[in-house]
Write a protein that binds this ligand. Structure first.
Ligand SMILES: Nc1ncnc2c1ncn2[C@@H]1O[C@H](COP(=O)(O)OP(=O)(O)OP(=O)(O)O)[C@@H](O)[C@H]1O
Ligand SMILES: [Mg+2]
Length: 407
């Protein structure tokens, strides 16, 4: 047994002395006191493994001492000593946390055995307490994990709900965006078939042009979907050349010139005098710019302005800003519109036609631009103060690094 600290409490000096000797004999460290207050003072000052305490004492009785010391040292092994056997006081002592109850006269072996068992019991109690603490810790950990998982599940559920809404929106979109060109094609061809013998050449051209418009729209949809699938695969662009972004912009402006006139929009373009060189896939960059510029046209009412500025943002980046006075994008949707098939607008508000105000679309333009720009090591962002407050898209692309000679 380890060297134990034992406190002996007895008002009879000769009992104290005898117990002190016994403890020394067992190679324990021992302190003796003759009254209850001194015992409590000792227990206040330091820990004891064992307290041997007389039940009948003149000032504080043994049971009161037991109660008070147990409050300070709950794991101290209390062995009560009594001059006579009383079932009542033995029960009371056990109830208050005493481990054993010895009746005088007792033998050396009885004391030794009682202490030994008491210490073993204390070890068990402590081990139990540790186990309980471990279980409590594990429970807390488990609760935390359950909470985390619940939060993850809740988030996944919200995402699923959003995906579900997106899916129905997508189905509405598909039926609207794909069915309208198909209706055009089949409608015009039907007219042609019915009246083929009586149709004038002019009428024939008109009907064929109607069907042709349908095929152009259908082709755009298929091309966009195919392009997005290719971009999603994340393969690096292979057709890379040194390109002057001013030229890419110029081609875009040419492409929208007629629409700008038809829609009476005011277009202000600023470009730098110096070339802005990037390594890029010209036709893809052209497409990325066009999707954003075309949106500016599509979501800005007639007679309003669109402002486009190309410039060097800093030593390493070129910047294209496309700002419009259009319908704007609510803040909570500003990230979402870069995801495929996302439409900030209700499909019911679509008008048909790619460049008309609020003209319909598949919600693929921005995701395609985003992928193309990211594939060139650049970024695209949107600032809009909200509905009807206009939108400003900013595209940044890395400039070709100049060599030491400035070439
Ligand atoms: N300049 C803008 N002003 C207001 N809303 C915009 C603007 N640009 C994009 N949006 C919103 O973001 C959504 C997604 O744009 P995106 O270009 O991806 O799709 P789309 O124009 O609807 O169709 P698509 O480009 O496939 O023909 C649009 O439906 C529109 O609600
Ligand atoms: Mg678009």
């Amino acid at each position: 047994m380890d060297k134990l600290d034992v406190l002996v409490v007895d008002d009879e000096a000769y009992v104290c002395l005898m117990l002190e000797r016994m403890m020394q004999n067992l190679n324990f460290r021992v302190e003796t006191v003759n009254d209850g207050y001194s015992a409590i003072e000792k227990a206040d000052a330091r820990d004891f493994d064992v307290v041997l305490c007389d039940i009948n004492m003149p000032d504080l009785d043994g049971l009161t001492i037991l109660k008070r010391i147990k409050r300070i040292q709950p794991y101290a092994v209390f062995i009560m000593i009594s001059g006579y056997s009383s079932l009542e006081s033995a029960l009371k002592a056990t109830e208050l946390g005493a481990y054993d109850y010895l009746v005088k006269p007792f033998s050396f072996d009885q004391v030794r055995l009682s202490i030994h068992r008491g210490i073993e019991n204390k070890k068990l109690l402590l081990a139990n307490r540790r186990l309980l603490e471990d279980v409590q810790d594990m429970n807390k950990c488990l609760e935390r994990k359950v909470e985390e998982r619940t939060a993850e599940l809740r988030k996944a559920y919200e995402q699923l709900k959003e995906l579900d809404a997106l899916k129905s929106n997508f189905l509405d979109l598909i039926s609207h965006e794909v069915n309208s060109p198909i209706t055009l094609i089949s409608g015009y061809l039907d007219l042609l078939k019915r009246d083929i013998d009586n149709i004038s050449k002019e009428e024939l051209c008109r009907l064929l042009e109607g069907a042709n418009q349908g095929t152009i729209r259908l082709k755009k949809i298929i091309n966009d979907v195919m392009e997005l699938i290719t971009l999603e695969a994340g393969k690096p662009f292979r057709n890379l050349h040194k390109i002057d972004l001013r030229k890419v912009l110029e081609q875009n402006i040419l492409r929208i010139k007629d629409t700008i006139r038809e829609r009476s929009l005011k277009l202000i373009v600023e470009r730098p005098d110096e070339p802005l060189l990037v390594m890029g896939d010209a036709s893809r960059l052209q497409q990325a710019f066009h999707n954003v510029i075309n949106n500016a046209i599509k979501y800005t009412p007639d007679d309003k302005s669109i402002f486009i500025a190309l410039k060097k943002a800093n030593r390493n980046q070129a910047e294209l800003m496309i700002a419009d006075e259009g319908i704007g994008v609510p803040r909570h949707l500003q990230d979402k519109i870069f995801h495929p098939f996302y439409e900030a607008l209700d499909i019911k508000h679509h008008s048909s036609g790619e460049t008309k105000f609020m003209g319909g679309g598949m919600g693929l333009g921005l995701p395609i631009s985003h992928k193309i720009i990211a594939g060139h090591g650049g970024e695209i962002s949107l600032k809009s103060k909200g509905y009807d407050k206009g939108s400003t898209f900013i595209i940044r692309l890395p400039l070709v690094k100049k060599t030491a000679k400035g070439k």
